[in-house]
Design a protein. Structure first.
Length: 60
């Protein structure tokens, strides 16, 4: 069983990923909508999880 923080972070990252791919929202707005405290915290976690930047995801 995963700790609650990992479960929450995973759900937030999935939400951010979906918004990055499906909208043209600004990253700061996506970070807030997904529950992150800052854009930089979200983008760092995004790179770690998806092995690419949010910009690369949007362009693919």
């Amino acid at each position: 069983m995963k700790p609650i923080f990992q479960t929450y972070h995973s759900a937030a990252m999935k939400r951010a990923h979906s918004l990055i791919l499906d909208t043209t929202m600004a990253l700061s707005d996506i970070a807030a909508a997904a529950g992150f405290n800052s854009r930089s915290h979200m983008t760092q976690g995004y790179r770690n999880r998806y092995a690419e930047t949010s910009r690369q995801s949007r362009l693919s």
